[in-house]
Ligand binder design. Structure first.
Ligand code: FAD
Length: 282
């Protein structure tokens, strides 16, 4: 049993669809800025959240901030109740059982480098954000906090297997970025995203014009990598670069944030004569 005292509580759960919700948490200590005087979180960062399981163990997982109050005492998360958990007391299941006021644990430090400054940096070209399901979380934060000039160079593709999972759709449509819902059953798998999207984008889908950030489960990130590699996109992912024989110092234009621990391209990589990437036996 954990002897740590709860330092957060659930303020509210705002349902989007069955098993998919925004969670608002109250923290007892405000989020600490990464650098003194800096923002309390940089959109794209996550915090570690925990809850006590029925066996009294403390279950903790990283969850991306979709928002935080100016005083750092309230944060918002977007979470789905996972269908195939890997553990006996999955946090995503525990959170959906809690009532407002329930005690939680939350380290009040936003962390992670899947942010616009840490990925594209001073890049002034277009940025394509590819989210699958709750992989929307970092991009929702980025869209909410982007200055107007930056919003206009963002395209956000949100891939979901059910239209009811298009969280924050109305808000994103109103923000003024180029927002593209992508229904996996109808629009097709993410492997086809580059071909379908490229002719409709404001700039060519090539690393010289458009950098790409993708977030979600490993299988989706593989699909996005397969779709973009033939167009010259080099992932900022050391193991993938090694596997593809790409020098580590080559500039990256594809930035990945993975939610699960699945090994990307675990079945190996094969590059066909057309330059397409295949994931071996997968
Ligand atoms: C940096 C980072 C940020 C994250 N941010 C978010 C977030 O904002 N929202 C969010 O919902 N999840 C997020 N996750 C995933 C989250 O940390 C947990 O892995 C997830 O909630 C499942 O934990 P669990 O204890 O319920 O399940 P566990 O018993 O730990 O089972 C883990 C398994 O669940 C599956 N899984 C993990 N995440 C998801 C998911 N999002 N959707 C469907 N299946 C999943 C995978 O198969 C994984 O192996 C993030 C992960 C990382 C590494």
């Amino acid at each position: 049993m954990s002897d740590a005292a709860p330092d957060a509580r659930l303020l509210a759960r705002v349902d989007v669809a069955p098993g998919l919700a925004f969670f608002r948490l109250g923290l007892s200590t405000p989020l600490e800025p990464r650098e003194p005087g800096g923002p309390r979180f940089v959109p794209g960062q996550y915090i570690t959240v925990g809850a006590i399981a029925p066996d009294e163990s403390l279950v903790r997982r990283p969850l991306t901030l979709t928002d935080a109050s100016a005083d750092g005492l309230e944060v918002e998360l977007l979470l789905n109740r996972v269908e195939g958990p890997a553990t006996a007391h999955p946090l995503s299941h525990l959170l959906f059982t809690l009532a407002p006021g329930a005690p939680l644990f939350a380290r009040p430090v936003a962390t992670g480098r899947f942010t616009l400054p840490d990925t594209v940096g001073a890049w002034a070209g277009r940025v394509l954000l590819v989210a699958s399901e709750t992989g929307l979380a970092p991009f929702l934060a980025m869209a909410r906090y982007a200055p107007q000039a930056d919003l206009q160079r963002l395209t956000l593709l949100h891939a979901v297997d059910d239209a009811a999972h298009l969280a924050a759709r109305a808000e994103l449509e109103a923000l003024g970025l180029d927002y593209r819902p992508w229904l996996l059953p109808e629009a097709g798998p993410l492997d086809g995203v580059a071909e379908a999207l490229a002719p409709t984008l404001a700039a060519p889908l090539s690393p010289e014009h458009t950098q790409v950030l993708a977030c979600g489960l490993g299988a989706h990130l593989e699909a996005v990598t397969r779709a973009l590699f033939p167009r010259g996109y080099v992932p900022a992912h050391r193991r993938l670069r090694k596997a593809l024989g790409i020098p580590l110092e080559a500039p990256a234009a594809l930035h990945l944030e993975q939610y699960d621990a699945a090994r990307l391209f675990a079945h190996g990589l094969a590059i066909g004569p057309d330059g397409r990437v295949d994931s071996g036996g997968a």
